[in-house]
Ligand binder design. Sequence first.
Ligand code: GSH
Length: 186
Amino acid sequence: MEARLYVVHGSHPCATVARALELKGVPYRTVELPPPLHAAIQRARFGARTVPGLRLDGERVQGSRAILRRLDELHRPLAVLAARSMAPVQRRLNRATDNALAADLRDLPAHIDLVDAWIADGVLGGEPPNAADLQIAPSVRLLMTIGDVRPLVAGRRAEELALRLFPDWPGDAPAGILPLRAPAPA
Ligand SMILES: N[C@@H](CCC(=O)N[C@@H](CS)C(=O)NCC(=O)O)C(=O)O
C-alpha cells in the first residue's frame, strides 16, 4: 500500500492522521505544503482547501475524520487476514504449545512474587531504573495486555513498576482468549 500524506507544518489534524498511520503500520511519505499555497494545491488535488489529505494507492481522501474512517475500513479485514496467516507461524516460532502455556500459567504467580520481592528489596524499582528494571518491567507490561492474566498482576508492586516505566503500551487482548484458564490470583 502506498500512502502519501499532505500536511501543513504544525497542523494537529495532520498529526492525528500521521499517528493513525503509524499505529496501523502503514508506511507513508509526508508532503509538506507551504501556506498559503496549500489552499490552491489541496483544492486541485483533493477538492477542498484544508489539510490533511491522504493519497492511498491512488485513492484520495481529505479531512482527518474521513481519513481515519477509511483507514479503519481498509485495515480491519487486512488485520484479520494477517492474523490468520501469522498466528500459526508465530505459534511454531515461539513453541507456543498448550503444554508450554500450561507450564507458563502455572509458574506465573511465582514469577510475579519474585518480581515483587525484588522490588521490596530495592533490587528493582529504584531511580534511575537499572538494566534489570528495563528487562523485567516491559515483560510485566506486555503480560498486562492479556486480559486472562492481568488479574495476576493487578494491584501488585510489579504492576506499579511496569506502569511507571512503560505507561503507554500497544495492544489489548480481551479475557477469554487463552485456551486454558489462568490460575486465580492469590
Ligand atoms: N476538521 C478538519 C480540519 C482541517 C483543518 O482545519 N486544517 C487546517 C490545518 S490545522 C488547515 O488546513 N488550515 C489551512 C486553511 O484553512 O486553509 C480535519 O480534521 O481535517
